[in-house]
Design a protein around this ligand. Structure first.
Ligand SMILES: Cc1ncc(COP(=O)(O)O)c(C=O)c1O
Length: 391
């Protein structure tokens, strides 16, 4: 059982707001704040290069923490400034022959989709959107039948930004593997709210961010690159960290995933990411998932009783992101009024997930995304407040 009182005592933000937006940027635990500030102070005291040398063990440990958290080895991890950069490094590095097809899902995130469009235009590729099944999840039978020819990559979002859907990421991995097609998984909204095991997922690449359910600082993320790609995969951009300049006319790629990194980084934020992952692992990711699901289900139940509210989550077993629309009310204004009342909730515009939004004719959706540090009464209080706002 999660010790909610202890967790709240570890979370300074709970004193300041009823924060229900872990899918945006969650509240950091004090240990994360301490790791970032202690590292920054050390830089101030002895200098940035000197701090890095002194804290090299701590900084190396961040790779081990990320790797252990997702069932990878440290050499398969590159630390990044966000999930988008991580994802793009993998996507733009993949050799895709002209005419080959990108298979994706209806829930795909905007940043990924515009990259598909750019490479489709530049490299003469085709984008095929796999339809959803009745529940709204990616249809595995449709994926299987789309695998016949010229598939260059399967690239899907596990949990979309605009709701509680959980796509069948591991089943997609089995299909991609059976056809020998590279599989790039956007795990941005999954990281920190559910178990990630890259072996079970069967993915070749996985991207995630630090600031959402992992409770890390903003400006952090990571990329997993399956070992088998590390002999061959040439990053789209390199510098002399990822690819040391070994002779006048030659560079040599590092033999690990850090070939995607560059020389300069925020080491203080990396220290914070490491602390965030260690904190989550101490609590236990399965316990975290259970509590997040419990609170989200409570939010859905309470919202479904408010007239003119429509819960918009897809999938058979929705996760921690609760999405809904309110007939006749502007989502932005609701977020503002809720903030004035002390509740942090969010909105997601149709352009963040255009394929899904167009298919379902969605307006800007509201999002409530509790984390394990929230209480049942915060969740209920938010929905009571919301109901009073629209009455
Ligand atoms: C599904 C999904 N993928 C990717 C991203 C991008 O993450 P970042 O802002 O860390 O680049 C987001 C952010 O909301 C997201 O929801």
């Amino acid at each position: 059982m999660i010790d909610v009182d202890k967790i709240r005592a570890d979370t300074p933000g709970v004193e300041h707001s009823m924060h229900l937006l872990a899918c945006g940027s969650a509240l950091m635990p004090q240990s994360v704040v301490d790791a970032v500030t202690a590292y920054t102070l050390l830089e101030a005291q002895i200098g940035g290069y000197e701090a890095q040398a002194k804290q090299s063990d701590l900084l190396d440990k961040v790779y081990r923490s990320v790797a252990a958290h997702i069932g990878a080895s440290p050499r398969e991890i590159a630390l990044m400034e966000n999930a988008t950069v991580a994802w793009c490094h993998a996507f733009y590095a993949l050799p895709l022959k002209p005419g080959s097809r990108i298979l994706t899902c209806e829930a795909e995130y905007a940043a990924n989709y515009v990259a598909f469009l750019q490479r489709a235009k530049r490299d003469d590729l085709q984008i095929d959107i796999i339809p959803s099944d009745e529940s709204g999840a990616l249809d595995l039978a449709a994926l299987e039948s789309a695998m016949e020819e010229d598939v260059g990559v399967v690239a899907i979002t596990w949990i979309p930004t605009n709701g509680g859907l959980v796509n069948p990421a591991a089943e997609v991995g089995r299909i991609a593997k059976a056809h020998g097609v590279p599989y790039l998984l956007d795990a941005c909204q999954a990281a920190g709210q559910m178990r990630i095991d890259v072996e079970e997922l069967g993915c070749d690449f996985l991207s995630a961010t630090g600031r959402k359910y992992l409770r890390g600082p903003r400006g952090t993320g990571f990329l997993y690159v399956k070992d088998k790609w590390l002999d061959t995969l040439e990053p789209a951009m390199i510098d002399h960290f990822g690819a040391p300049w070994v002779a006048r006319d030659r560079y040599e790629l590092r033999d690990d995933a850090r070939r995607f990194e560059t020389w300069e980084n925020s080491y203080a934020l990396r220290a914070g990411l490491g602390a965030a992952i260690d904190y989550a692992d101490q609590i236990g990711i399965d316990q975290i998932q259970d509590r997040v699901t419990l609170l989200a289900d409570e939010a859905r139940r309470a919202l479904s009783e408010v007239s003119s509210v429509e819960v918009q989550d897809l999938g058979q077993a929705p996760c921690g992101i609760v999405s809904f629309s309110i007939d006749g009310h502007d989502a932005g204004l609701i977020v503002k009024k809720m903030a004035e009342a002390g509740y942090a909730i969010g909105a997601s515009s149709p352009s963040s997930t255009r394929i899904d939004a167009e298919r379902r004719n969605l307006p800007t959706l509201l999002r409530i995304a509790p984390h394990y540090y929230n209480t049942e009464s915060e969740v209920r209080g938010a929905i009571e407040r919301l109901a009073s706002l629209i009455r």
